[in-house]
Design a binder for this molecule. Structure first.
Ligand code: CTP
Length: 428
């Protein structure tokens, strides 16, 4: 069976007629349903997309048909459902190239590990993978799989490659899995989250059309070929901010020092090692609407990096390291004469005199806001998943409660969106 036209499903117009105007109105969606238990949610997704005036055509993979039937999918889309690569042209005059091209957006939900592996590697051995390969339109992936499969190095590699290819992601979310007793990252995003992500593709996010630069992680300052000066920054907060800004539709350039985190989906990542490389990557990314400097940049570097490993000399004592100051990236951006972003945000990780230091940095570095946090060892902030911050601006100080770093990121991004939407005179 290739395209089961479904009796009594009405025309395309019945979905579009009642639809409110919005970013998805009239956008043609090609929904690829992969074979996973989350496939049942794609039935609701079809309804939600159609409610917003988006005509939906659906492709069911062979495996997906074990979870949802072509009849139910076709009934909901009202446009038939496509399952077989080879019957397609003959039966319905909708060749796979047309099926791919006649969509404004392809959504893959659930995006199984197998479908993502095929797309990442350019494989085309069934209708779903062939259409995705033949599409030159945005592709939004809603991954769903067991947490162990999501964490598998092969999947991590495929996700990174897909992100680098410009594919967009929504989810996966953390939570209980269909398998009894299992929990973790791998649940498919909820239909409304997928709809929101699809809206952002068409400029629906609050930061759509904006460019945001984020720095994250530590820097490594080499001493010799095997040693370097570094700090304990994990990059979790900076990476979460980059992901949150991308989720709001911003074009995000994340300049990351050495971290063990995966690149956030949908974000352009520049990997650097030293403060000077970070400075170069940040200034090359200007102009931007906002810059969030989260990185824990090493203040000092060794004046002359040794070409050979330093050796102990018998009776020679410790080597003297001649240090010179690194450039201040935040101050350079905050005081940029021609390309200063409208909003410049710094972080101040302190162990003492939090507010006084944060205010000092605000002035010294020409920032609009400083996000101040106490990183004394007892707080567990460095490397941990939670953060308690205070937002310091010229307008005053706001205390935020202790929150997961992801939530701090979402709130900060919401504040950035508010600030960029407000007239400049209201900026603190
Ligand atoms: N920062 C930067 N470039 C540097 C040093 C710091 O961009 N060379 C940025 C950080 O990303 C952060 C802010 O400045 O947003 C404050 O960083 P912090 O290390 O707290 O400030 P320092 O100026 O290094 O002050 P100190 O180490 O004396 O507290």
């Amino acid at each position: 069976m290739s395209a089961a036209s479904t009796p009594g499903t009405g025309s395309r117009a019945d979905g579009a007629a009642a639809a409110p105007a919005g970013p998805l109105a009239g956008r043609r969606i090609l929904l690829v349903i992969g074979g996973g238990i989350a496939a049942y949610k794609s039935l609701d997704l079809i309804r939600r997309l159609k409610e917003r005036g988006a005509p939906v055509r659906a492709i069911l993979t062979n495996a997906a048909q074990a979870f949802v039937t072509p009849l139910s999918v076709g009934t909901l889309t009202g446009e038939g459902v496509f399952t077989d690569l080879f019957d397609l042209t003959a039966e319905h005059d909708v060749g796979h190239i047309r099926l791919a091209r006649e969509a404004d957006l392809a959504i893959v939900a659930p995006a199984t590990a197998d479908l993502m592996a095929k797309l990442a590697n350019g494989l085309a051995d069934d209708l779903a993978s062939t259409c995705l390969l033949a599409s030159d339109r945005p592709v939004l992936l809603a991954p769903a799989m067991n947490p162990t499969m999501w964490a598998n190095p092969a999947t991590v590699r495929n996700v990174a490659r897909l992100a680098a290819d410009g594919r967009r992601f929504v989810g996966p979310n953390a939570g209980p899995m269909a398998e009894r007793g299992e929990a973790g990252l791998g649940r498919m995003a909820e239909p409304l989250e997928i709809v929101a992500a699809a809206e952002r593709v068409f400029g629906g996010g609050r930061l759509a059309g904006r460019t945001v630069i984020v720095t994250s992680g530590p820097t490594h300052e080499p001493i010799d070929p095997v040693r370097y000066i570094a700090n304990r920054s994990s990059g979790k907060q900076g990476h979460a901010i980059a992901a949150a800004a991308a989720a709001e539709g911003a074009r995000v350039i994340l300049v990351s020092g050495p971290v063990t985190l995966p690149d956030p989906p949908g974000v352009l990542v520049r990997h650097v090692e030293t403060a000077r490389e970070m400075m170069e990557a940040v200034t090359a990314a200007l102009p931007a609407d906002a810059a969030v400097m989260t990185a824990a940049v090493a203040d000092w570097r060794v004046a002359a990096e040794q070409a050979h490993k330093l050796k102990k000399q018998p009776g020679g004592g410790p080597p003297a390291l001649d240090l010179v100051e690194n450039p201040d990236i935040l101050a350079t951006v905050g005081r940029h004469p021609t390309a200063r972003p409208a909003l410049v945000v710094g972080f101040a990780a302190e162990t003492d005199d939090l507010l006084a230091n944060a205010r000092g940095k605000l002035e010294r570095k020409g920032a609009d806001w400083i996000v101040a946090n106490d990183v004394s060892p007892a707080t567990g902030v460095m490397g941990g998943d939670r953060n308690t911050v205070r937002l310091v601006s010229r307008a005053g100080i706001e205390d935020w409660p202790e929150l997961p770093k992801d939530e701090v990121a979402r709130r900060l991004v919401a504040r950035i969106a508010d600030a960029l939407a407000a007239p400049p005179s209201q900026e603190g």
